[in-house]
Write a protein that binds this ligand. Sequence first.
Ligand code: GAR
Length: 206
Amino acid sequence: MHFFTKKLTPSIPKTLTMKELAIFASGSGTNAENIIKYFNSSNEINIALVLTNNPTAGIIDKCKELGVKCRIFSKTEFRESDDIYNVLIDAKIDYIILAGFLWFVPQSITNRWAGHIINIHPALLPKYGGKGMHGMNVHRAIVEAGESETGITIHHVDDVYDNGGIIFQTKVDIEPNDTPDIVAAKVQALEQAHFPKVIEKLCKKN
Ligand code: GAR
């Protein structure tokens, strides 16, 4: 079990209505970093915690820089114990954000945070979803299939992979010569522009 935190920015006074968010991230963490920065001076939404299964994830150092608590966990801890569930309860988490998190989330967590756990997917679900469809795999499949458009989907998380109700989608055109890397960059731009705003809207609604 590892916890890192180093507060560099002055802490924002919490209000009674402050929503506490946890972000799960396995990859390079560009979404997690963008979300943390977006809410950095918010007095309504606090990024209480980042959780990652990847001990070399770039987001770990980013969390140290940005003063956000970061927890690294193993598959056994996630799947076969209540450790992570309890960490979320102890931090009084209102919303869970999956930002490039690739493991299936245990039912105890999806049930407890039903309607309050969301994921971002780098395609227009229900197309190009399901097991194995993540990151560059999605962009390669889309280019191979000769699609003329792609986009992002932000959706609720339930017990079935990439299945929960869709909250938000937006599209971008694919040009005939676009490579998977170009498509990835276009999708990443959509993620950076929209994900924090969708989270903000959702938190303000409930
Ligand atoms: C993002 O593109 C996200 O949509 C995708 O992983 C990437 C993570 O990037 N998620 C999935 O594919 C989920 N099936 P990041 O680590 O730089 O935020």
